[in-house]
Design a protein around this ligand. Structure first.
Ligand code: PPS
Length: 688
């Protein structure tokens, strides 16, 4: 007769068994049974059950004692189950805190028997569940994971994973399943009804996804190959990205940075499944300023902070921000948490190193012990209203009670028709609607302006007519910085301005890239060469020419002309140009670069460090073919060269380059001169 299928032990025993095996895998069965307070017979039955359920792995071991013949170790699934059970235990305890709180304050009728109670703690300050396993399990999992298929996480996925693992994205337990994803996209809810506005998905390539089976464990690694987590793949699907863009970001328009990312950077397939956290991503910068949700909660408990208002930011703080946050804290009778995002923000933002140095300077301007700062490794999506709700949920997980939501919170800028994606107060409205579910109270941002007569900042809507109101917009500030103009003390703190100037010297001292694009034979290389010589004559900065042909000989000799290879070629050029720009040099690039999305990616990479000047050499295909300097068009027409740009392969014309030059009616010297004039007008080169 076959042995009856063992059933899994009830929840508490299962948790204690998994914990025991995890903490003391080498203990004898007798010691394990004793630790759990059950008989050896029962333990054996339970061990069979958990082994058959794939939660525990048994391996043989030589030893004198019969009962020590086996060693037990949690599988990745067992470790995940243990974390899940611990969460459920904590959830029960929170319910008990709530009941106790309700009873003591008379705010509810729930009564919980005293014997089930544990210490009372404000709910926002009690620990929240993380997805990490113990250090010992992590060591074991790391060794086991050597055999697993690995996915190398993208920078954005690393940010997401960190917040999944440390509880910042609580209640998520992994990357979204298809059912959860659909719920989030359609109505901001997980399948179980919990509020969650932004899809947290593991996007991968089709090739990678095709090799996976349902229920397979995979290793998630950082860019150096360090294993951060394992994931049990429960879902593997091709999402409808256009739908995601419409619903989550409000429009399927590539002008939105996250929509652009969705279509042009993210993989085609999504994987979903629970995560087992092994270790946090490593950060070498500002370590003392980074806190997990539980570390922040512990900090607030230690300092006795009960009400905390958080300020989310991706920009340097100036006087208006300092005034506004200070007022918000007073209004909410709360302490203040400056909680800047240092993961990924909007392309073109001031880098986080500079910003953190600026924040540190501003921290001194608040009354002592009222304010603290912590860095959040979030990858923003710039999703406006939905993002505000998401930010609120993340802050609730970090233990805050109040959250400042301003005008155009997490706004992505203009859409491709030149209009705003969202209304200026949409974010506040959506937040207000979901406030009680988020569990954090909104403090709405007052737009602060400087009143000259009273020499102070005041909310714009409270100012009477007839006084002089001063304001400097973000664009104006950038202009003043790039042209080395004065930034008045009423606008910012001298320490902040000094930091910004250190990072962003006037444009005439920064590096930049001139990026020519156009058909083969359009004259790109000739103009680029002339430009290089003119710039070298002026002196002051090193000039490097990355010509299409030359790059293909040196950097990209193994590449052909498929879309994939062209993209790779242009990205390599972009990478080298960005390094040159970062280090203060001038890079001149002259590839065909036929695809808009790739040119845009290169632009974004370079604009972190300096200007990107796109020059479209607009010679028509007919003229290029007529000139046919290299005889390639003839060969292309004869079908002897395949995928030839303009003949048998596409060229997407730039819609709004910084400059368009026409070689059909203008000579090379004049074209190069037009570029010089453009550079002058942008402040990149000066007469001196
Ligand atoms: S791309 O698309 O930007 O990667 O192309 P690029 O690196 O600029 O290389 C273009 C030069 O390669 C020669 N060549 C071709 N061009 C286009 N299509 C096909 N199939 C092709 N095969 C060879 C051509 O001489 C280009 O040189 P330029 O300097 O543009 O005339």
């Amino acid at each position: 007769m076959p042995a009856p299928t063992p059933t899994l032990p009830e929840e508490d025993l299962l948790f204690r068994l998994l914990r025991q095996l995890d903490e003391a895998p080498d203990a004898s069965q007798r010691a394990t049974a004793e630790a759990l307070g059950i008989s050896l017979g029962r333990l054996n039955a339970q061990l069979r059950a958990v082994t058959e359920a794939g939660l525990v792995k048994v391996s043989g071991r030589a030893g004198p004692d019969r009962r020590q013949r086996f060693a037990y170790a949690l599988t990745a699934r067992g470790a995940a189950r243990k974390v899940h059970l611990a969460d459920r235990f904590l959830a029960r305890k929170y319910a008990e805190y709530d009941a106790l709180h309700a009873e003591l304050t008379g705010s509810g009728i729930t009564k919980t028997p005293l014997k089930n109670r544990t210490i009372a703690m404000l709910p926002n300050l009690a620990p929240i569940p993380e997805l990490y396993v113990s250090y010992e399990s992590a060591q074991k999992l790391k060794a086991e994971a050597a055999d697993l298929v690995s996915w190398d996480l993208t920078p954005r996925q690393i940010c997401d994973l960190e917040l999944l693992m440390n509880g910042g994205f609580n209640p998520l337990k992994g990357f979204l399943s298809e059912e959860d994803y659909n719920g989030v996209v359609e109505n901001m809810r997980l399948a179980n009804g919990a509020l969650w506005p932004i899809p947290i998905t593991l996007d991968v390539s089709e090739d990678f996804a095709a090799g996976l089976e349902d229920g397979q464990d995979i290793a998630l690694r950082d860019q150096e190959g360090v294993i951060l987590a394992t994931m049990t793949v429960s879902d593997n699907w091709v999402p409808n990205k256009a739908r995601e863009a419409e619903k989550v970001f409000g429009a399927d328009d590539d002008a939105h940075p996250a929509v652009n990312y969705l279509h042009n950077t993210a993989g085609k397939v999504y994987l979903g499944g629970p995560i087992v956290g092994i270790q946090q991503p490593m950060h070498y910068d500002f370590r003392a300023r980074r806190d997990t949700p539980n570390e922040l909660r512990a900090y607030f408990r230690k300092l006795g902070w009960r009400r905390i208002v958080a300020f989310q930011t991706r920009n340097p703080l100036h006087r208006a921000h300092q005034e506004l946050t200070f007022r918000a804290a007073k209004e909410a009778q709360a302490n203040l948490l400056i909680h800047p995002v240092v993961g990924m923000t909007k392309p073109g933002d001031v880098d986080h190193f500079t910003r953190v140095r600026c924040y540190e300077a501003v921290l001194d301007k608040y009354p002592q012990s009222t304010t603290t700062m912590s860095l959040l490794n979030l990858a923003m999506r710039m999703a406006g209203p939905r993002e505000a709700v998401w930010h609120g949920l993340i802050r609730a997980n970090h233990g805050v009670t109040h959250f400042i939501v301003g005008r155009d919170h997490a706004g992505p800028g203009k859409n491709s028709a030149g209009d705003d994606f969202y209304g200026p107060y949409d974010a506040q409205e959506l937040f207000r609607e979901y406030q009680s579910e988020i569990g954090v109270e909104m403090v709405d941002f007052k737009h602060m302006v400087y009143v000259q007569e009273r020499a102070q900042y005041e909310p714009a809507d409270e100012i009477e007519d007839g006084v002089t109101v001063l304001n400097i917009s973000g664009t104006e500030l950038r202009r003043r910085l790039s042209e080395g103009l004065e930034i008045p003390e009423w606008f910012s703190f001298p320490e902040v301005v000094k930091e910004l100037r250190r990072t962003k010297p006037p444009r005439s001292n920064q590096g930049f890239t001139v990026f020519f694009t156009g058909f083969s034979g359009s004259g790109k290389s000739t103009i680029a060469n002339a430009l290089m010589v003119k710039l070298m004559e002026m002196g002051g900065r090193p000039v490097t020419l990355l010509d299409g042909d030359v790059v293909r000989k040196n950097l990209s000799s193994e590449l052909g002309f498929s879309k994939e290879h062209r993209d790779l070629n242009i990205r390599r050029i972009g990478y080298v140009a960005s390094e040159i720009t970062k280090n203060g040099g001038i890079a001149i690039c002259a590839p065909i670069a036929p695809y808009t999305a790739t040119r845009r990616a290169v632009r974004e990479e370079i604009e972190q460090y300096g200007a990107f000047v796109e020059v479209h050499v607009s010679t028509s295909i007919e003229e290029c073919e007529r000139r046919d300097r290299k005889g390639l068009y003839k060969l292309a027409r004869e079908g002897k060269i395949k995928e030839f740009t303009g003949i048998s392969d596409p060229y997407e014309e730039p819609a709004s380059p910084e400059l368009r030059v026409d070689t059909e009616n203008v000579d090379v010297d004049n074209c190069a001169h037009q570029v010089i004039l453009k550079l002058e007008s942008m402040g990149l080169i000066t007469g001196d």
